[in-house]
Design a protein around this ligand. Structure first.
Ligand code: URA
Length: 245
Protein backbone atom coordinates (compact mmCIF):
# COMPACT_ATOMS: atom_id res chain seq x y z
CA UNK A 1 0.00 0.00 0.00
CA UNK A 2 2.73 2.46 0.95
CA UNK A 3 4.64 1.47 -2.15
CA UNK A 4 1.58 2.15 -4.27
CA UNK A 5 1.05 5.55 -2.61
CA UNK A 6 4.68 6.43 -3.42
CA UNK A 7 3.96 5.82 -7.06
CA UNK A 8 0.86 8.06 -7.11
CA UNK A 9 1.24 11.15 -9.26
CA UNK A 10 -1.03 13.78 -10.81
CA UNK A 11 -2.14 12.83 -14.29
CA UNK A 12 -0.90 16.02 -15.96
CA UNK A 13 2.50 15.47 -14.30
CA UNK A 14 2.66 11.85 -15.45
CA UNK A 15 2.07 12.95 -19.03
CA UNK A 16 4.52 15.85 -18.80
CA UNK A 17 7.17 13.55 -17.31
CA UNK A 18 7.29 11.65 -20.58
CA UNK A 19 8.74 14.83 -22.07
CA UNK A 20 6.20 14.75 -24.87
CA UNK A 21 3.94 17.49 -23.61
CA UNK A 22 4.17 20.48 -21.33
CA UNK A 23 1.90 20.43 -18.24
CA UNK A 24 -0.43 22.85 -20.06
CA UNK A 25 -0.62 20.66 -23.17
CA UNK A 26 -1.22 17.61 -20.98
CA UNK A 27 -4.14 19.35 -19.28
CA UNK A 28 -5.62 20.19 -22.70
CA UNK A 29 -5.36 16.56 -23.80
CA UNK A 30 -7.09 15.44 -20.62
CA UNK A 31 -9.81 18.06 -20.97
CA UNK A 32 -10.43 16.93 -24.54
CA UNK A 33 -11.03 13.37 -23.32
CA UNK A 34 -8.03 12.00 -25.24
CA UNK A 35 -6.41 10.32 -22.23
CA UNK A 36 -7.41 6.97 -20.75
CA UNK A 37 -6.16 5.26 -17.62
CA UNK A 38 -6.66 1.50 -17.49
CA UNK A 39 -9.16 1.85 -20.33
CA UNK A 40 -11.35 4.58 -18.80
CA UNK A 41 -11.35 8.18 -20.02
CA UNK A 42 -9.74 10.41 -17.39
CA UNK A 43 -11.10 13.95 -17.19
CA UNK A 44 -9.46 15.40 -14.07
CA UNK A 45 -5.90 16.58 -14.64
CA UNK A 46 -5.26 16.81 -10.90
CA UNK A 47 -6.49 13.28 -10.22
CA UNK A 48 -3.71 11.08 -8.85
CA UNK A 49 -2.89 7.75 -10.44
CA UNK A 50 -0.49 4.90 -9.89
CA UNK A 51 2.34 5.47 -12.40
CA UNK A 52 2.30 1.73 -13.09
CA UNK A 53 -1.26 2.01 -14.54
CA UNK A 54 -1.95 1.68 -18.28
CA UNK A 55 -2.02 5.17 -19.82
CA UNK A 56 -3.06 5.92 -23.38
CA UNK A 57 -3.27 9.12 -25.39
CA UNK A 58 -5.40 8.84 -28.52
CA UNK A 59 -5.24 5.09 -28.03
CA UNK A 60 -1.43 5.04 -28.05
CA UNK A 61 0.20 3.54 -24.95
CA UNK A 62 2.23 5.96 -22.84
CA UNK A 63 4.55 4.79 -20.13
CA UNK A 64 4.22 6.35 -16.68
CA UNK A 65 8.00 5.85 -16.51
CA UNK A 66 9.46 9.38 -16.36
CA UNK A 67 12.48 8.40 -18.45
CA UNK A 68 12.91 10.03 -21.87
CA UNK A 69 14.97 8.67 -24.76
CA UNK A 70 15.65 10.78 -27.82
CA UNK A 71 17.59 10.08 -30.99
CA UNK A 72 19.14 13.26 -32.39
CA UNK A 73 20.96 13.72 -35.68
CA UNK A 74 23.58 16.06 -34.33
CA UNK A 75 24.74 18.70 -36.78
CA UNK A 76 28.23 20.23 -36.64
CA UNK A 77 28.51 23.46 -34.66
CA UNK A 78 26.78 22.47 -31.41
CA UNK A 79 28.44 21.16 -28.26
CA UNK A 80 27.34 17.88 -26.65
CA UNK A 81 26.63 19.34 -23.23
CA UNK A 82 23.63 20.35 -21.20
CA UNK A 83 24.89 23.88 -20.77
CA UNK A 84 27.79 25.96 -21.95
CA UNK A 85 28.56 29.58 -21.14
CA UNK A 86 29.71 30.48 -24.65
CA UNK A 87 28.46 28.01 -27.23
CA UNK A 88 25.06 26.62 -28.23
CA UNK A 89 24.39 23.09 -27.01
CA UNK A 90 22.51 20.22 -28.61
CA UNK A 91 19.65 20.84 -26.18
CA UNK A 92 18.79 24.04 -28.08
CA UNK A 93 17.42 21.77 -30.83
CA UNK A 94 14.69 20.48 -28.51
CA UNK A 95 11.40 22.17 -27.63
CA UNK A 96 11.24 24.09 -24.37
CA UNK A 97 9.41 21.45 -22.33
CA UNK A 98 12.04 18.83 -23.17
CA UNK A 99 14.80 21.02 -21.82
CA UNK A 100 13.39 20.66 -18.32
CA UNK A 101 13.41 16.89 -17.88
CA UNK A 102 17.10 16.44 -17.11
CA UNK A 103 18.26 15.14 -20.50
CA UNK A 104 21.96 14.76 -21.17
CA UNK A 105 23.92 13.32 -24.11
CA UNK A 106 24.89 9.67 -23.60
CA UNK A 107 28.35 9.73 -25.15
CA UNK A 108 29.59 13.08 -26.36
CA UNK A 109 30.46 14.00 -29.90
CA UNK A 110 32.93 16.75 -30.72
CA UNK A 111 31.52 20.09 -31.79
CA UNK A 112 32.40 19.42 -35.44
CA UNK A 113 31.23 15.77 -35.39
CA UNK A 114 27.80 14.86 -36.75
CA UNK A 115 25.48 11.92 -36.38
CA UNK A 116 23.79 9.76 -33.82
CA UNK A 117 23.42 11.22 -30.35
CA UNK A 118 21.23 9.65 -27.70
CA UNK A 119 19.73 12.12 -25.24
CA UNK A 120 18.25 10.63 -22.10
CA UNK A 121 17.73 11.20 -18.39
CA UNK A 122 18.30 7.49 -17.70
CA UNK A 123 21.71 7.59 -16.00
CA UNK A 124 22.11 3.83 -15.46
CA UNK A 125 21.34 3.04 -19.11
CA UNK A 126 23.76 5.71 -20.34
CA UNK A 127 26.44 4.33 -18.04
CA UNK A 128 25.94 0.80 -19.36
CA UNK A 129 26.16 1.97 -22.98
CA UNK A 130 29.37 3.86 -22.38
CA UNK A 131 31.26 1.48 -20.14
CA UNK A 132 34.06 -0.21 -22.16
CA UNK A 133 33.47 -3.33 -20.05
CA UNK A 134 30.06 -3.74 -21.64
CA UNK A 135 31.47 -4.08 -25.16
CA UNK A 136 28.92 -1.78 -26.74
CA UNK A 137 30.36 -0.92 -30.15
CA UNK A 138 30.03 2.55 -31.63
CA UNK A 139 30.62 2.99 -35.36
CA UNK A 140 31.65 6.12 -37.20
CA UNK A 141 31.97 7.10 -40.83
CA UNK A 142 35.25 8.93 -41.29
CA UNK A 143 36.96 10.85 -44.10
CA UNK A 144 40.63 11.70 -43.80
CA UNK A 145 43.21 13.79 -45.54
CA UNK A 146 45.25 10.93 -47.02
CA UNK A 147 44.75 7.35 -48.19
CA UNK A 148 43.85 4.63 -45.69
CA UNK A 149 45.23 1.14 -46.14
CA UNK A 150 45.62 -2.29 -44.56
CA UNK A 151 48.45 -1.09 -42.32
CA UNK A 152 46.07 1.42 -40.71
CA UNK A 153 43.46 -1.30 -40.21
CA UNK A 154 46.11 -3.58 -38.66
CA UNK A 155 47.30 -0.84 -36.31
CA UNK A 156 43.72 -0.19 -35.17
CA UNK A 157 43.09 -3.93 -34.65
CA UNK A 158 46.28 -4.35 -32.60
CA UNK A 159 45.35 -1.53 -30.20
CA UNK A 160 47.33 1.67 -30.57
CA UNK A 161 49.35 3.50 -27.96
CA UNK A 162 49.62 7.13 -28.98
CA UNK A 163 52.61 9.44 -28.59
CA UNK A 164 50.71 11.36 -25.89
CA UNK A 165 50.39 8.14 -23.86
CA UNK A 166 46.77 7.30 -24.76
CA UNK A 167 46.35 3.52 -24.76
CA UNK A 168 43.52 2.48 -27.11
CA UNK A 169 41.64 -0.79 -27.03
CA UNK A 170 41.67 -2.78 -30.28
CA UNK A 171 39.38 -1.02 -32.75
CA UNK A 172 37.99 -1.70 -36.22
CA UNK A 173 38.86 0.19 -39.38
CA UNK A 174 36.91 -1.02 -42.40
CA UNK A 175 38.22 0.36 -45.67
CA UNK A 176 35.63 1.68 -48.11
CA UNK A 177 35.72 2.19 -51.86
CA UNK A 178 37.22 5.66 -51.62
CA UNK A 179 40.71 5.44 -50.09
CA UNK A 180 40.08 8.47 -47.88
CA UNK A 181 36.94 6.97 -46.29
CA UNK A 182 36.38 4.22 -43.72
CA UNK A 183 34.07 2.96 -41.00
CA UNK A 184 35.70 2.94 -37.57
CA UNK A 185 34.40 0.81 -34.69
CA UNK A 186 35.25 1.74 -31.10
CA UNK A 187 34.29 0.23 -27.75
CA UNK A 188 35.36 3.24 -25.76
CA UNK A 189 35.13 6.95 -26.19
CA UNK A 190 38.22 8.82 -25.07
CA UNK A 191 38.54 12.51 -25.81
CA UNK A 192 38.96 13.12 -29.59
CA UNK A 193 39.82 9.44 -29.87
CA UNK A 194 39.36 8.80 -33.59
CA UNK A 195 40.97 12.10 -34.51
CA UNK A 196 43.96 11.31 -32.32
CA UNK A 197 44.32 7.74 -33.64
CA UNK A 198 44.20 8.83 -37.25
CA UNK A 199 46.44 11.84 -36.65
CA UNK A 200 48.95 9.36 -35.23
CA UNK A 201 48.75 7.49 -38.55
CA UNK A 202 49.50 10.78 -40.37
CA UNK A 203 45.97 10.92 -41.84
CA UNK A 204 44.02 13.66 -40.10
CA UNK A 205 40.24 13.46 -39.93
CA UNK A 206 38.38 15.95 -42.11
CA UNK A 207 34.84 14.65 -41.47
CA UNK A 208 33.35 12.42 -38.78
CA UNK A 209 29.83 11.10 -38.27
CA UNK A 210 28.56 8.56 -35.74
CA UNK A 211 26.38 5.90 -37.33
CA UNK A 212 25.51 3.45 -34.54
CA UNK A 213 25.70 2.85 -30.79
CA UNK A 214 25.15 -0.79 -29.92
CA UNK A 215 21.86 -1.85 -31.49
CA UNK A 216 20.83 1.75 -32.20
CA UNK A 217 21.35 3.14 -35.72
CA UNK A 218 20.94 6.70 -36.88
CA UNK A 219 17.55 6.87 -38.61
CA UNK A 220 18.26 7.75 -42.27
CA UNK A 221 14.97 9.68 -42.28
CA UNK A 222 16.26 12.16 -39.68
CA UNK A 223 17.72 15.27 -41.27
CA UNK A 224 20.65 17.02 -39.59
CA UNK A 225 19.35 18.77 -36.49
CA UNK A 226 16.16 16.66 -36.36
CA UNK A 227 15.19 14.34 -33.51
CA UNK A 228 12.61 11.74 -32.56
CA UNK A 229 11.75 9.52 -29.60
CA UNK A 230 13.21 6.03 -29.60
CA UNK A 231 10.64 3.40 -30.54
CA UNK A 232 9.71 0.87 -27.83
CA UNK A 233 11.60 -1.77 -29.87
CA UNK A 234 14.78 0.33 -30.06
CA UNK A 235 14.61 0.95 -26.34
CA UNK A 236 14.05 -2.72 -25.49
CA UNK A 237 17.04 -3.73 -27.64
CA UNK A 238 19.28 -1.07 -26.11
CA UNK A 239 18.28 -2.17 -22.63
CA UNK A 240 19.02 -5.81 -23.33
CA UNK A 241 22.32 -5.16 -25.16
CA UNK A 242 25.88 -5.10 -23.88
CA UNK A 243 27.21 -8.08 -22.00
CA UNK A 244 29.68 -7.68 -19.13
CA UNK A 245 33.19 -8.92 -19.67
N1 URA B 1 36.21 10.43 -31.89
C1 URA B 1 36.50 11.72 -32.10
O1 URA B 1 37.64 12.06 -32.37
N2 URA B 1 35.51 12.62 -32.05
C2 URA B 1 34.22 12.29 -31.81
O2 URA B 1 33.36 13.17 -31.79
C3 URA B 1 33.93 10.94 -31.59
C4 URA B 1 34.94 10.02 -31.63
Amino acid sequence: MTEERDRMERLDKILANTGRWSRKEARELIRAGRVTVDGAVARAHDGKYDTAARFQVDGQPISGDPMVYIMLHKPAGLVSATEDPRQPTVLTLLPEHLRRVGLFPAGRLDKDTEGLLLLTNDGPLAHRLLSPRRHVDKTYFVRVDGALDGADAAAFAAGMTLGDGLVCMPAGLELLERPDEAVVTLREGKYHQIKRMLAARGKPVVYLKRLTMGSLSLDPGLARGAWRYLTPEELAELRSGGADG
